[in-house]
Ligand binder design. Sequence first.
Ligand code: TPP
Ligand code: MG
Length: 362
Amino acid sequence: MSYIEKNDPRNGKVFRVLDKDGKVVNKSAEPKLKKEDLFKLYEYMILTRVADEKAIKLQRSGRMGTFAQSSGQEAQVGIALAMKKEDWLFPSFREHGAMMLRGMPPELFYMVFMGNEEGNRMPENVNNFTVSVPVGSQALHAVGSAWASKIKKEKDCTVGFFGDGATSEGDFHEAMNFAGVFNVPCVLVCQNNQYAISLPVKNQTATDTIAEKAYAYGFDGVKVDGNDVLGLYVIAREALEKARKGNGPTLIEAFTYRMGPHTSADDPTIYREDKEVKKWKEYDPIERFRKYLLKKKYWNKKYEEKVLKWAEQKVDDAVKKAESTKLGIDDMFKYMYKEMPDELKDQLNYLKSMKTSKGEGE
Ligand SMILES: Cc1ncc(C[n+]2csc(CCOP(=O)(O)OP(=O)(O)O)c2C)c(N)n1
Ligand SMILES: [Mg+2]
């Protein structure tokens, strides 16, 4: 019996490998990852947090626009590690950790939030789709991409990420239905961080879990401790193998917590208590994995310093690159269609003809 089958969410099961103290609570499920891969998981979680912290500073000093951080949700990198290079990732706007582990240069993350659409242009060999802000839309794109692979008899699978709030959108239900009916090689991941901006998840759905919804569409769902990077890795790997064999889609509910505000434009103190945030700090995915590495004698202070230095350097270089790429007013218009329609051309020309305080056009 697979871990997915053993952990039917309708029986109240939540899958995890590590508890909050980094102790292995599910010995048979502990993945036999190489030391380099364990380090990769840790390093990309640290990089994600360092990148977030830098982004907040940039935003607060007027160097970047509104920004969605993923603090508390860094264990997403476990899903990215389970994917093959040829697989496709369809993110929402809180998956830069997973995207970076799959090879996205970090400057692209900054460019997106600086309003530079070129930040969505992945290198040729990186199969990450663009950041998607319309809530839930990317679930449909993910399922469509998986369907295309199936028709073309290609061996790649698709992973589509969305939040708990997205499950109230029609797009989510259409994607789930389509995935089930066409039995596509897709893994749908709901990052249930328990809030859609200010709306708590209990006001979002009448079911106990998000995962159990999958059964209404004819496929498996599984609820995973979303702060356990190893738990997410194990389930994602199994779900991907299952999809690759033609055994259909899986819905993974990664039960986690958004430690920060919804975006830099939000003030969560208005709608949630400090003590709740404090409680969730104890479940920090990075702390938990650090304790696991320490128990294995892989972690020490010297290693920590090395990782932090590496992450800070990577982030500094990324910010330099992002800030040195020029943003033109054409950018607002040129990515919607392959060929710009006349009405957009007119709007672009109108904007270019306007005089701004900085001078002509731009
Ligand atoms: C179709 C659509 N409606 C509303 C919004 C505004 N909006 C942006 S994020 C968000 C909440 C999303 O919550 P969730 O799906 O739980 O993702 P999270 O932000 O928690 O990661 C809303 C309502 C949007 N971007 N798109
Ligand atoms: Mg949410």
